[in-house]
Design a protein. Structure first.
Ligand code: NAP
Length: 559
């Protein structure tokens, strides 16, 4: 155990909201929250405010979730830092006090921020670290969730809230020989805390998603040579990261009340100026300056502030896709490499567009080689490196930037069992079935933060998280005020939500593309759009209306 782990374990043993424990019995709480990232921290604060006894179970040795695990070189957020934080709903003081150093904060700074929040809000004392949940079973007789940990201990609670993140179960493809490699293997989502020494090494990087796009330029600066195995090129937008200007940050702080409100009611959780207009209604000469301005600005403005119908109008999408392809070809010196990097098999934004800060330029370096893993797939990992049908690449290290079993991987791994022994993965065998993405029938008093069929990853995460947490806390408050003990969605309400979710998805171009949003990156995973794409603002309104109607669609009963 590291000294950090020892410290956190000791701290966590002094839980403030005293659980009721008898000899030989599991510690009992009003609520158990799984995960101590953005979601778990805010959920803990919100439930403590209601006076509940709460325990957070966190498998890591510290807070941070995504930002605890993803320590690969170049890791930073793709939302602008000033919006990638808790709003005044968590604490006005923290919002005023915290200052970001860059337009897009790097992982160490975001982790420092979450630690700062944890300490400032005195959250640590209710968090149990190194606590991996291996089972969570609902006991209808007691109306309690019994939660088992990897160390054999058990806890129980009336409410179980999962705050496990959308991208927390890493995916390493099952290449033949994957365990035979004699060098060092790393997955970006489980990067060693002590770092990886890649200086002067020959490195294979597999994958070209948002993670690899951040990691490749940084690893290329240290390594002797980097081979990037690309199966699908992406539409990478320039991030144009830079130090955060003090006057800009001050103006944002002054405008926060309006900006948060705008973000909460927006499509994607960001307070951008979205003009309702189609690219096809503009001539190429009119479109060009609009595209150029967004390209120069950098960030998701390209997708959100140019034209508003890319996800529903293929002709409109073709215009922006072609513009980005042209930019890629311009940035990459070798025409053949530029052509390989230009995506042609899917429309813009039907896979998550990465933000790049030096990714395309990295391919102008002599020590970076792009390989086409679609045309010449990886056949096996050997003790020496990566072998394709054409060659064997001898390397000292392999970096798997191969993504995650998103949105359901971690939930299924927790062994969640509802009423009558129903396992969550069996209930969702053909795809998630939820009411508002927050609840699922057969699993009373289980609440899922940023779960499938809620906006989650289709949003700037903190905005989606705050809405989810506040809705769950509001419901629990309502239940307590009305002496209600059990919350479970009615079948009809759940069916209607799933149908609505699917209808919204079907109206977009998203289902046509193989993406992790569609579950297409994991063999055998049901193909369905996992996040809700109806918009953060409209989703908020729907949830608010449900609450105002006494949580319509939920069956609320005394214990
Ligand atoms: P990802 O988008 O799923 O990308 C995984 C990459 O690995 C893809 O290029 C994929 O190719 C490739 N791959 C998977 N299996 C392969 C195989 N058998 N052979 C060759 N290539 C293979 O994962 P990610 O890059 O970790 O990003 C996941 C998500 O995390 C992002 O979309 C984003 O939402 C989030 N993220 C956020 C930030 C941020 O905001 N700071 C940064 C990084 C990531 P295919 O495309 O062909 O499947």
């Amino acid at each position: 155990m590291t000294s950090e782990n020892q410290a956190t374990t000791a701290a966590s043993s002094q839980a403030s909201t005293a659980p009721r424990t008898g000899q030989g019995q599991a510690a009992e709480f009003d609520a158990i929250i799984v995960g101590a990232g953005f979601s778990g921290l805010y959920m803990l604060h919100s439930l403590r405010e209601l006076g509940l006894s709460v325990r957070v179970l966190e498998r890591g040795g510290g807070v941070g979730g995504t930002w605890y695990w993803n320590r690969y070189p170049g890791a930073r957020c793709d939302s602008e830092s000033v919006y990638y934080m808790f709003s005044d709903h968590m604490s006005r003081e923290i919002l005023d006090e915290w200052n970001w150093s860059e337009r897009y904060a790097a992982q160490p700074e975001i982790l420092r921020y979450l630690e700062f929040v944890t300490d400032k809000m005195d959250l640590r004392r209710d968090i149990q670290f190194n606590a991996k949940v291996t089972a969570a079973a609902y006991d209808a007789g007691r109306n309690r969730w019994d939660v088992g940990l990897a160390d054999g201990s058990t806890l129980s609670a009336r409410f179980l809230v999962t705050a496990v993140g959308c991208l927390s179960a890493t995916n390493t493809p099952k290449f033949p020989g994957v365990d035979t490699f004699a060098g060092d293997s790393y997955h970006t989502g489980a990067w060693p805390h002590e770092g990886a020494d890649l200086a002067g090494k020959r490195v294979a990087i597999i994958g070209t998603g948002a993670t690899a796009v951040q990691a490749v330029p940084e690893i290329a600066k240290q390594a002797a040579h980097v081979w990037v195995f690309q199966r699908t090129p992406n539409y990478d937008i320039p991030g144009r990261n830079k130090p955060l200007q003090a006057d800009y940050a001050a103006k944002v702080k002054a405008d926060y009340p309006d900006l948060w409100q705008k973000a909460r009611l927006s499509g994607f959780g960001l307070p951008y100026e979205v003009e309702e207009r189609s690219a096809v209604d503009f001539s190429p000469e009119e479109r060009q300056p609009i595209f150029e301005a967004a390209w120069a600005k950098g960030g998701f403005y390209m997708g959100l502030e140019t034209f508003s119908d890319y996800l529903v109008n293929k002709d409109s999408n073709d215009t922006v896709s072609e513009f980005i392809r042209g930019k890629i070809r311009e940035m990459v010196k070798d025409p053949a490499t530029g052509e390989m990097l230009a995506p042609k098999d899917h429309p813009f934004f039907t896979k998550r567009p990465p933000l790049e800060n030096g990714y395309y330029e990295a391919f102008n370096r002599d020590n970076v080689t792009l390989l086409d893993a679609r045309a010449v797939p990886i056949e096996e990992i050997t003790p020496r490196g990566v072998r394709t049908a054409e060659d064997e690449y001898e390397v000292d290290a392999i970096v798997y930037a191969t993504g995650f079993d998103a949105m359901t991987g971690t939930l299924f791994g927790m062994g969640i069992t509802g009423r009558d022994g129903l396992r969550l993965q069996d209930k969702w065998a053909d795809g998630p079935q939820t009411y508002l993405g927050l609840t699922t029938r057969g699993f009373p008093n289980l609440f899922v933060i940023t779960g499938p069929q809620s906006p989650s990853v289709m949003s700037n995460m903190p905005v989606a998280i705050e809405q989810n947490v506040e809705w769950i806390a509001g419901l629990i408050q309502y239940m307590r005020a009305h002496d209600l003990d059990v919350a479970e969605p009615a079948q009809e309400a759940e069916d209607n939500w799933v149908e609505h979710h699917n209808q919204v998805a079907a109206a977009t171009l998203l289902p046509e593309t193989d993406s992790w949003w569609m579950g297409a990156n994991i063999p055998g995973k049901p193909r369905t759009l996992y996040p809700y794409v109806g918009g953060v603002g409209p989703f908020r309104v729907i949830c608010q209306e449900v609450a105002e109607k006494g949580y319509e669609g939920l069956m609320l009963t005394p214990g």
